[in-house]
Design a protein around this ligand. Structure first.
Ligand code: CUO
Length: 695
């Protein structure tokens, strides 16, 4: 890294701290201060800022001098109030963020920090951080910058608000070395009279919500074309969200709840209410609640006028496009086929709708505005001057039960499309000369029971630092929350390569429920929709017998536990280069502690499906620099600035019908029997309702 780059990364990193405080206050726990050119102070501090800044900065270890830059015209951001809300699902907000991202991306290396610093106190902090983080992800000179976790920037959006007064008290009265973490109670959003509350541990998990924010940061729907138009982004939008719904359904079965009902009738009352009990620190207002049995209404608000009839029209037009086999391009009226190769990608963009949707006039903005109509249900015309609820915010949407109903609906449209495609033919599924003979799983922790094919889940407590996100905060203050965890385990897969030469294959592992919430056996069609991707990796097969061992921590879906709960600041960064590369930038990914469904105390049975496909047909030709950053969750997040590294359709081989189950008869066992290159194992997940310490 050049000296300039290290200057950039240091400065930019500090701009992410304490988003609600003015720029001239000290950063890095009192160690660093910015020296600002006079035109950087906002109107409020124009006259007193410089003297305040000198006084505040008297004891700091380091001063970062900011190069003067010309005044920037930021009038285009004014419709998002400084202390108001910012939503990625509101079109006008998306467009403003897109313009801001462009300014950050276009800024020269010398001017980047100054540009960001100048803008910081002049725009909504959430808008600022989202746009800056997106730019940092896409600029070459910030490749190695480690972004602080979103939880530490805006802890209020992840944590029960009742924690904050206690955190402030702890921070201001107790010396740093004697502070104790403040406990966040589980199940704080409803009593057990609400059946949906059984899933609160999933919906309100900090790592789950962080992942969702990061995914939308990596795949923005609006912005410069080179940022939005990533390889297969529409398909990944569909696939990643369909996996979220599949995972949620598995959790529901473990909790004796039926699978989510797609929200496809916009005029039917929404049975599930949600009372979030979190606040927006920008203005200290609570996120509004949605009572049980709310009825969606037409929106007539300053920044959004969407009628239920609009949503219905867009939904019907998209269905029509699927039935006709093509979408109509805006402007040219040309037909773009929804085919085998590009269809799902186009459909994902149409549904979302991202800036690269081929026709937002005709197909509208179904997914985003659906989020909004739901999020404003408590005050659809703004009479009560209430802001949107959690559903309009990517950091909070997954907390709400209705999120899964909405995405189950979006997913159902994609499934309908997939059903129009021709079935997989045997040659698209088989791998000549390779036989997968067996798969077993085994816990790897010494102290735990190691009965083969028995996996264990339990509760664990972890700490997150809230200090960095508390305004005028008192250094590090930790909150402790309880989350699901599992004992680490290993897959052991036996494979025979009949050829006399080595071969390369892609090993795909899925966890598939056998029974629904009532203990009824699931049909293959249902199992396919509930199949959860666990891992995908390339293997080398020697001639003859091969035993492949793969650890649960290596999953291509997850990011390591430490990354979900990393602390802020350079002093916590790993020193060794490889670890550092892993640590940096990589907030996108399913949290490792949520890799397995919870299971049940008696044990819930699952099929483990393992298939090895020919790498010849999976490979994507591209140069991967050694140590590609963030490659550990590529199934959900792709590779940074690269093509999606698997040429097969996402979800393969369960994403569409195959010749073996065309008529929707047959079972997973039969399907697997047709494939010599696949096998089924069986495991049981047993849950212990106790908090077990990390070892
Ligand atoms: Cu991620 Cu709807 O796209 O929440």
């Amino acid at each position: 890294m050049s000296a300039e780059q290290s200057g950039i990364t240091d400065g930019i990193r500090l701009l992410f701290q304490r988003p609600n405080e003015p720029l001239f206050t000290v950063k890095d726990n009192g160690k660093t201060v910015f020296e600002l050119p006079s035109n950087f102070y906002t109107e409020r501090y124009e006259t007193i800022g410089a003297s305040l800044s000198t006084r505040i900065g008297e004891d700091v270890e380091k001063t970062i001098h900011l190069r003067p830059i010309q005044q920037l015209n930021l009038d285009f951001t004014k419709s998002i109030q400084l202390r108001g809300s910012f939503s990625l699902f509101i079109k006008s907000h998306q467009v403003i963020a897109g313009e801001l991202i462009k300014i950050f991306l276009d800024s020269s290396e010398e001017d980047f920090i100054s540009t960001a610093a100048f803008i910081k106190d002049r725009v909504n902090p959430y808008l600022f951080l989202y746009s800056l983080a997106t730019a940092v992800q896409h600029r070459n000179d910030t490749q190695n910058l480690s972004l602080p976790s979103i939880v530490q920037q805006f802890p209020d959006q992840f944590v029960d608000s009742s924690v904050f007064p206690r955190a402030r008290e702890e921070g201001s009265l107790v010396p740093a070395e004697s502070r104790i973490p403040i406990e966040i109670k589980m199940n704080f959003t409803a009593s057990d009279r609400e059946p949906e509350q059984r899933l609160a541990y999933f919906r309100e998990d900090i790592g789950v919500n962080m992942h969702h924010w990061h995914w939308h940061l990596v795949y923005p729907g609006e912005g410069p074309l080179n940022v939005v138009n990533k390889d297969r982004r529409g398909e990944l939008f569909y696939y990643m969200h369909s996996q979220l719904v599949a995972r949620y359904n598995n959790e529901r079965f473990c909790n004796h709840l039926e699978s989510v009902k797609p929200l496809n009738n916009f005029r039917e009352r929404i049975k599930e209410g949600y009372f979030p009990k979190i606040v927006r620190s920008l203005n200290n207002r609570a996120y509004p609640a949605r009572p049980d049995n709310a009825q969606l209404q037409d929106l007539h608000r300053d920044d959004d006028n969407t009628e239920i009839a609009d949503l219905e029209r867009w939904r019907d037009r998209i269905h029509q496009a699927i039935d006709q086999g093509y979408v109509v391009e805006q402007g040219t009226n040309q037909h773009i086929p929804l085919d085998e190769t590009n269809g799902i990608n186009i459909l994902g963009n149409v549904l979302e709708a991202s800036a690269i949707s081929p026709n937002r006039q005709l197909y509208g903005n179904l997914h985003n505005l659906g989020h909004n109509v739901i999020a404003y249900v408590h005050d659809p015309d703004g009479t009560h001057l209430e802001d949107y609820g959690v559903m309009a915010d990517v950091t909070t949407a997954m907390r709400d039960p209705v999120f899964y109903r909405w995405h189950a609906f979006i997913n159902s449209i994609c499934v309908k499309f997939k059903n129009t495609l021709r079935s997989y033919q045997p040659n698209e599924l088989l791998f000549e000369g390779v036989a997968v003979n067996s798969v077993d799983v085994q816990i790897t922790t010494q102290s735990k029971s190691t009965i083969p094919n028995l996996l264990l889940t339990y509760w664990q407590k972890s700490d997150v630092d809230l200090g960095a996100g508390l305004d005028f905060g008192p250094g590090n203050v930790y909150a402790q929350f309880t989350h699901l965890q599992h004992a680490p385990f290993e897959y052991r897969i036996n494979i025979t390569n009949d050829a006399s030469v080595p071969k390369q294959g892609t090993c795909r592992i899925f966890l598939i429920p056998k029974f629904d919430e009532r203990g009824e056996a699931l049909r293959f069609r249902e199992q396919r929709s509930f199949a959860v991707e666990m891992d995908k990796f390339v293997i080398n097969l020697n001639p003859g017998a091969n035993e492949i061992r793969r650890r649960s921590e290596q999953s291509s879906v997850t990011i390591p536990y430490e990354r979900s709960f990393r602390r802020i600041g350079s002093e916590y960064q790993p020193k060794n280069g490889e670890e550092l590369a892993q640590f940096q930038f990589c907030g996108c990914g399913w949290p490792q502690h949520m890799l397995l469904p919870k299971g049940t105390p008696a044990g819930t049975k699952y099929d483990i499906f393992v298939m090895v496909s020919s790498y010849e047909h999976d490979r994507v030709d591209q140069v991967l620099d050694s140590g590609v950053l963030c490659n550990d969750s590529f199934s959900f997040c792709g590779l940074r600035n690269k093509k999606y590294p698997d040429a097969r359709p996402m979800g393969y081989p369960f994403d569409k019908n195959s010749q073996f189950n065309n008529l929707d008869i047959g079972s997973l066992t039969e399907f697997t029997e047709h494939l010599t290159n696949a096998t089924l194992g069986e495991c049981s997940i047993r849950f212990t309702d106790a908090v077990i310490d990390r070892v």
